[in-house]
Design a protein around this ligand. Structure first.
Ligand code: NAD
Length: 473
């Protein structure tokens, strides 16, 4: 039996279509609030035994879950490619499956000993971390498997159980991943509930949920924060971004062009922390435009299962229309299209061509709004102060990048940028050992590393006079 067979309802369900071809990928059961209630009750019932396994016991089971992902990686990658649209090759479907196993293992490798806060001979205080209970996870459609792992791995390691609500655009990918994980996990420790927005809303207010981990748009994130307030749920919100990259005037355009390209076009631009606005100084402007156009022209776009492709379709028509509309506004606003910008809306699939637009003013909508697709505006600047002000001028701040061979200049400019992460000579290169989160309206809370794990736990301080209680080993 294939994984897809195993997650397909016996009858009924909604047909999910391949965004590259319009063909049916499979069927998904659409669950509602009643099924969500049952799932939360089951996850609550399973939580004490999961917590009682202790950290070493949980790490062992989760290590076996990482093995299960690796053993099923190719089958999962093919399903992901068909449902999400991303090609098997390039930084796409196979890469996402590798990242799932890598992130899960990295989460298990983080040391979690209690922290000694005071030990001065008079006072002794330790900070322990206990499970919160049941974590509700709500995810987007761009990296559906990897982001599910980002949410469930720290939650499970810390002794919580998880109820996961996939995006309605990519439910099969998440159900398939959960199915593989559940071949190893005890019953009801991880439950995926496919459903629409109403299931997400019910999860946000649910009295049986102790913490919400949300990755998605800023608009939805705000709704979730409001909905969770009555029960004072812990919330981690990883929201939208409009990341700026600043090329400094000592950079080598030919040397950085490929890094710039993949910083912007990874997953065909459908990435939260992709480079979405590129600022280039007068002196290098033409050369950067030329080198980037060369790289862009050489990257094949097409159906994901075709091994040669490294760029795919937009996952859904709504996103296609957003990208097409922003490029049209860019053209109307005086933008010079270097490549792309000429979609064929009657062709099958949601393919929007790789697009670079030069000569735009900083307030053009393609610059000021999140495009979340394969269209990059390149903006000319005359002074570094102006570029920094423009980069910091929006109300979001997920990532940013600085491109220069000078380590001193790189650090100085990085420290002036309002973002959760500033990359040097790379963009979007997240790492499970480095905490990741947004500044401003890109969210709050961090994921990854010890800091990310601790967000899925209740800190408990134990304090007394020195010698009044036995320190943990
Ligand atoms: P979205 O906000 O439309 O949907 C995300 C999820 O929220 C879906 O599962 C949806 O069903 C659910 N949802 C919708 N309304 C809800 C509500 N009122 N209450 C509870 N749940 C609700 O986001 P999307 O279009 O799937 O994802 C794209 C966005 O996500 C982009 O803005 C992107 O930048 C952002 N994103 C951020 C990160 C990050 O780590 N910061 C990562 C990936 C994507």
């Amino acid at each position: 039996m294939t994984i897809l067979d195993a997650i397909t309802p016996a009858t009924g369900g909604r047909t999910v279509l391949d965004p590259a071809t319009g063909e049916a990928v499979g069927r998904v059961a659409e669950l509602g609030v009643a099924e969500l209630d049952s799932a939360v009750a089951a996850a609550r019932a399973a939580q004490p035994a999961w917590a009682a396994r202790g950290d070493a016991g949980r790490v062992e089971v989760l290590g076996a879950a990482a093995d299960a992902i690796e053993a099923n990686a190719e089958e999962l990658a093919v399903l992901l490619s068909r449902e999400q649209g991303k090609p098997l090759n390039g930084p796409n479907a196979r890469f996402e499956l590798e990242a799932c196993a890598t992130w899960l293992r990295a989460t298990l490798a983080v040391p979690l000993e209690p922290e000694v806060a005071v030990d001065d001979g008079e006072t002794y205080a330790e900070i322990h971390h206990r499970p919160l209970g049941v974590v509700g996870a709500i995810g987007p459609w761009n990296w559906p498997m990897m982001i599910s792992i980002w949410q469930l791995a720290p939650a499970l390691r810390m002794g919580n159980t998880v109820v996961l609500k996939p995006s309605e655009f990519t439910p099969l990918s998440v159900l398939a991943l959960a199915h593989v994980l559940n071949t190893v996990l005890p019953a009801d420790v991880l439950i995926a509930v496919p459903g629409g927005r109403e299931v997400g809303e019910a999860l946000s207010t649910h009295p049986g949920i102790d913490k919400l981990m949300f990755t998605g748009s800023t608009v939805t994130g705000k709704a979730i924060i409001r909905a969770s307030a009555d029960s004072v749920k812990r919330v981690t919100v990883e929201l939208g971004g409009n990341d700026a990259g600043i090329v400094l005037d000592d950079a080598d355009p030919a040397a950085i062009a490929e890094g710039l390209f993949w910083g912007a076009f990874i997953n065909t631009g459908q990435t939260c922390a992709a480079l979405k606005r590129l600022y280039v100084p007068d002196a290098l402007y033409d050369a950067v435009c030329e080198e980037l156009t060369k790289v862009a022209g050489a990257m094949p776009m097409g159906v994901g299962l075709d091994e040669q492709n490294v760029l795919g379709p937009l996952q859904n028509r709504k996103q296609y229309d957003i990208v097409a509309g922003l490029v049209d506004e860019a053209k109307a606003g005086g933008g010079r299209v270097l490549i792309g910008g000429d979609p064929d809306p009657s062709a099958p699939g949601n393919f929007y061509p790789t697009t670079l637009v030069a000569d735009l003013p900083n307030d053009n909508p393609l610059v000021a709004r999140e495009q979340f697709g394969p269209a990059l505006p390149i903006i000319r600047y005359s002074s570094l102060d102006e570029a920094v002000a423009w980069a910091n001028g929006l109300d979001v701040g997920l990532g940013a990048s600085v491109w220069t061979p000078s380590p001193e200049r790189a650090r100085d400019v990085a420290l002036r940028l309002d973002a959760g992460t500033v990359w040097i000579n790379e963009h979007g290169a997240i790492d499970p050992r480095v905490p990741f989160g947004g500044a401003k309206q890109s969210g709050y809370g961090v994921e990854f590393a010890r800091a990310g794990l601790l967000e899925c736990a209740q800190p408990v301080a134990i304090k007394g006079a020195a010698g009044s209680f036995a320190p943990s080993a």
